[in-house]
Design a protein around this ligand. Structure first.
Ligand code: NDP
Length: 444
């Protein structure tokens, strides 16, 4: 068996109960096969893949907290510090009942390559807890966040590990965690990102993932002799990523036809009204059905099915595995030109293959949604210099980063004879930099 197969077989035996992590290993290691096979003996002698796939450190801890009725609860907290070859660990904190070690390891492993692609000095990490913030009072959220940080603060710091938000961890939770970190450690430093603007947050962070997605798509289209002007676009989701993807696509002259949430989706033949969707989602906390009710020509459809809408650009920005093979068949039949993932893993593996086989430009989330973490890294830079940059400066940096990401994945796909395979290109480009740093730093 080859080196990659040996490493995969080893993990299947040892980490058999971590299905999400095994799936991520399989996808990444198989796509860097051409790189490893070029110099297999060196990588094997240095046990590079064994070291890359084993987190540098895992902290699992008890998180006791008291609810509003005085009852004590105990959750599990995790921080996986996966790889610090190119910089301090960086990655979000997920608060969701589905969180377990396998999920956090999967996310942390993926984060290594995403962070590497940004070109910024950030390593890979991820953390979280099986705590469910839904239905909790503000006070209960604060109790949990303080207890969580009481343990986590022992291993993080501005030059060590800088966690951020993720599912269930928004500005409120980051605020409570930051307060507790400062109180225990006695230091005012950027040990967390996603902070409020009054205490070290960065302008453009809110827009970063959606804007970044469009900057990358625009550059990809330019390199294929096209542009966004006049293109029809389908966006799924109506959250942070989706809304700012709609905004930037419209600024670039495209017509966005759809948005969705977990209850249904809207087709608006006149193009999505950005002010209205912001009002419904960001101000009123309503459903996309409320949007449709205020637009005479918009259609509301219960459940899923958005991808039957004909469009040239598809941007899945909602959730994992939301775009299936059947959806991909509809999109291809209707002449889709490009698909770029705003969400993490929204396209199933079968759908991804189908796009690639049918000549659709397909960019995985690892590259396409890296604008979020890149801007978090820019927040770190501002914090360490004790400055705030204006919106335009962060936005310009973001644009440059996304354009560079496209070129690095495109270049990697060409170098290995897989031109246009941006899934392989993203994994290879992300891997090369980390591998180079790991080899230079010796057996650690
Ligand atoms: P939000 O929670 O702000 O928005 C998610 C949106 O997706 C909501 O409109 C939600 O609807 C909708 N949604 C959830 N489940 C489904 C479903 N089953 N079918 C249809 N719609 C659904 O999250 P974000 O916008 O921040 O994140 C979206 C994705 O992007 C996630 O995968 C996230 O991990 C990824 N991502 C986010 C980054 C960021 O900076 N925010 C950075 C990189 C990746 P409802 O309101 O009904 O729940």
């Amino acid at each position: 068996m080859g080196y990659i197969d040996d490493v995969l077989a080893f993990h299947r035996r040892r980490d058999f109960n971590e299905s999400e992590f095994l799936q991520a290993l399989d996808e990444v290691l198989n796509s860097i096969r051409p790189v490893i096979e070029k110099d297999e003996d060196t990588y094997r002698d240095l046990a590079l893949l064994e070291r890359l796939t084993e987190p540098e450190r895992i902290l699992r801890f008890r998180v006791p907290w008291i609810d509003d009725n005085g009852k004590v609860h105990v959750n599990r907290g995790y921080r996986v510090q996966f790889n610090s070859a190119i910089g301090p660990y960086k990655g979000g904190l997920r608060l969701h009942p589905s969180v377990n070690l396998g999920v956090i390891k999967f996310l942390g492993f993926e984060q290594i390559f995403k962070n590497s692609l940004t070109g910024l000095p950030i390593g890979g990490g991820k953390g979280g807890s099986d705590f469910d913030p839904k239905g909790k009072s503000n006070r209960e959220i604060m109790m949990f966040c303080q207890s969580f940080m009481t343990e986590l603060c022992k291993i993080i710091g501005e030059n060590i590990d800088v966690p951020a938000g993720d599912i269930g961890t928004g500005a409120r939770e980051i605020g409570y965690m930051f307060g507790q970190y400062k109180r225990i450690c006695g230091r005012y430093e950027g040990a967390l990102t996603g902070k409020g603007m009054s205490f070290g947050g960065s302008l453009t962070r809110r827009e970063a993932t959606g804007y970044g997605l469009l900057y990358l798509v625009e550059e990809m289209l330019r390199c294929h002799g096209q542009d966004m002007e006049g293109k029809t676009v389908c966006v799924s989701g109506a959250g942070n990523v989706a809304i700012y993807a709609v905004e930037k696509a419209q600024q670039m002259g495209a017509k966005v036809l759809t948005v969705s949430d977990s209850t249904g989706w809207v087709y608006d033949p006149d193009g999505i009204d950005l002010d209205l969707i912001k009002q419904v989602k960001e101000v009123e906390g309503g459903r996309v059905a409320d949007y449709a009710a205020r637009r005479p020509r918009a259609e509301y459809h219960e459940g899923r099915g958005l991808w039957i809408t004909p469009c040239e650009i598809a941007l899945p920005c909602a959730t994992q595995n939301e775009l299936t093979l059947e959806d991909a068949e509809h999109l291809v039949q209707n002449g889709v030109v490009a698909v770029a993932e705003g969400a993490n893993m929204p396209t199933t593996q079968e759908a991804t293959k189908y796009f690639q086989q049918h000549g659709v430009l397909f960019v995985p989330g690892k590259a396409a949604n890296a604008g979020g973490v890149a801007t978090s890294a820019l927040e770190m830079t501002q914090n360490s210099a004790h400055v705030y940059w204006p919106f335009e400066k962060v936005d310009r940096r973001l644009q440059t980063i996304m354009v560079n990401i496209f070129h690095s994945i495109d270049d990697a796909s060409r170098r290995y004879g897989m031109e246009g395979n941006y899934v392989a290109g993203a994994n290879i480009a992300g891997f090369e930099k980390v591998a180079d740093a790991m080899m230079a730093q010796g057996i650690v």
